[in-house]
Design a protein around this ligand. Sequence first.
Ligand code: PD2
Ligand code: ZN
Length: 282
Amino acid sequence: MTQHITPELRQWIVSQAQAGHSLESVLESMKASGWDEDVATDAMESTLRDHLETEAVAKGLPPSVPVPEPALDDSPLYLDGGDRRVAVLGSMALPRLVVLGGLLSDEECDELIALATPRLSRSLTVATQTGGEEVHADRTSQGMFFQRGENGLVSKIEARLAKLLNWPVENGEGLQVLQYVPGTEYRPHYDYFDPSEPGTPTILKRGGQRVGTVVMYLNEPEKGGGTTFPGVHFEVAPKRGNAVFFSYERPHPSTGTLHGGAPVIEGEKWIATKWLREGEFL
Ligand code: PD2
Ligand code: ZN
């Protein structure tokens, strides 16, 4: 027998949550009145998600969109990256963030650095007024972009990320490699494009908003150079082969994804960044 989720049931779920009852206790009440556990869980999740989205949009926030997401439902220790097993080292709900272990092999890290070295130049940031690019004091690294699928190594890493994050290769910007020397940093920022900036509509023509970022560490500085999330006082250590993935379902600070590259104090820091768009990046 199928159980039907009525508008009255949805309203009851919302009112229970608003009254401060835990999700566990609401689930227990539903089971006690004969609801199947899976149906009740789905009903609660979809009802509360829809409710929060309605409230957010009513407050003037941009609507949420689907985002990349690894399959972490049963809390696996490892994820299938297709050609490589990748460890899950930690996961946070807000900001939505996952720390990955062994995403890249040492050889892949070395190879990316070697291929990027002769092509480095001062990193640019998006010029928010025009949608072009400019040198900015907030971003003092040196960097370069590979074309998507430019060589075998880049294709292999892109396919791995697509499999891990359940997001099409075509929605990725080209892989970027960055080098930071002592004193250089990337001051805290959001990776999405600010909808209120005049240059943003032009930027969005190439695949829509950014919805996710993967920062992959290619070497280990002696000191400094972590990826910081100042809003939650969290810092990811730049350990070779590891990565931090985070996503943002709307271009808004409510995602908690303010993040920066802390100044390198000693040694060099090399990373590869992959930015993921809503649609196909052309
Ligand atoms: O280098 C980093 O850790 C870092 C920090 C913030 C990279 C990025 N943002 C980025 O590439 O978006
Ligand atoms: Zn960033």
